[in-house]
Design a protein around this ligand. Structure first.
Ligand SMILES: Nc1ncnc2c1ncn2[C@@H]1O[C@H](COP(=O)(O)OP(=O)(O)OP(=O)(O)O)[C@@H](O)[C@H]1O
Ligand SMILES: [Mg+2]
Length: 329
């Protein structure tokens, strides 16, 4: 335990050192990295320029339509908002999206698809920053330190590369005040201390609101309406209220919500048996195998569904498909 704390303090020290804003002009940073290699051949090193960061709308559109199942609401919102943001070089405020839904419905998956459509290195890009509440902000008593570090980290990284992306996972486990520490960066038009946040993207992920979304999907099912008929208006109010009023959410009563700094609340619907089958078939195809409906159907039987009586929605969404499939191959 002591060793872990020491390691954490050490990492914090590095983090604080690392977040100091870098004052080199961007182009210089890129040239420096290649000319310093001293090698007779060019060793590419990721830098903040179009070679490494360039939005590909077609690839996002294709990925959303062919790889993401059962999310007819999330898919177009993601495509539209990301495209509008990425195609506006004069954007004054960052894009702020809050993704909500039960476990395994595709929130992290979609964040990855967004990263892959913008950054050559996808989620491995040094300009994509993933914060997981239980890993990065585990101790309640350290709230003030986390606030400081988070502010510095965001500021330092955006000053190094304006097109940075920050993903905050497990918002429902985050302490309420923490996210408010970066609020000035989300709503300010212009620059703060010479740094402009207009090109950055912030994505919040959480399970809160997931039950409300599932309840709405169940209502539609019970009344014989198609899931595809659910529209944003059906969910929006329930969703924002449940997020804002949920004490267990990092956005609870947060000024990030009350001051309307989130551009879009994106609902992820619970997945049904047929989506689970689609996930299984896609997994087989991704492994270079011939998709086999029988195998995948057997795998899907292993999943539990809710509500207990009707058994419509997968309790784990498409999570663990890859591992579970192994048993049936
Ligand atoms: N709607 C979907 N369409 C296609 N694949 C999906 C979908 N949802 C989940 N998956 C698959 O299941 C895996 C796990 O999903 P993901 O990690 O995105 O869930 P999540 O919504 O982030 O869950 P959690 O709230 O537990 O973090 C993904 O990597 C992907 O392979
Ligand atoms: Mg996730």
């Amino acid at each position: 335990m002591k060793l872990r704390s020491a390691l954490w303090l050490f990492l914090n020290a590095i983090m604080i050192a690392k977040v100091k804003p870098i004052n080199f002009p961007k182009s210089y940073t890129c040239q420096l990295s290649s000319s310093l290699t001293g090698l007779p051949f060019y060793t590419p090193r990721e830098c903040c320029g179009p070679r490494w960061i360039s939005y590909n709308k077609t690839s996002l559109e294709m990925a959303l339509s062919s790889k993401l199942f059962g999310q007819h609401l999330a898919s177009p919102i993601i495509l539209k908002t990301v495209t509008r943001h990425m195609e506006n070089p004069n954007s004054e405020t960052p894009l702020v999206l809050s993704l909500h839904g039960l476990t395994g419905t595709g929130k992290s998956f979609v964040s990855r698809l967004i990263a892959e459509s913008i950054y050559h290195n996808g989620m491995r890009s040094k300009f994509v920053h993933l914060f997981i509440t239980t890993e990065h902000f585990p101790h309640k008593a350290h709230l003030e330190t986390y606030k400081d570090q988070l502010k510095q980290w965001v500021k330092g990284n955006v000053s190094e590369c304006p097109s940075s992306m920050f993903i905050f996972d497990e918002m429902d486990k985050m302490q309420t005040d923490l996210i408010d520490s970066i609020k000035p960066y989300l709503d300010y038009h212009g620059t703060i201390d010479g740094v402009s946040y207009g090109q950055a993207i912030f994505i919040f992920l959480s399970n809160s609101g997931g039950m409300e979304i599932a309840k709405k999907a169940l209502d539609f099912w019970k009344t014989g309406r198609k899931r595809e008929e659910i529209n944003l208006m059906d969910l929006e109010k329930d969703l924002t209220l449940s997020v804002f009023n949920n004490e267990k959410n990092g956005l609870w009563r947060s000024s990030v919500i009350s001051e309307k700094l989130v551009d879009f609340y994106v609902p992820f619907l619970p997945l049904e048996h047929k989506h689970l089958v689609q996930c299984g078939l896609a997994e087989m195809a991704a492994r270079g195998m011939k998709p086999d409906q029988g195998v995948v159907e057997r795998m899907a039987k292993e999943y539990s569904f809710f509500p207990d009586e009707e058994r419509i929605f997968s309790n784990q969404g498409c999570k663990m498909v890859s591992k579970r499939l192994d048993f049936y191959l």
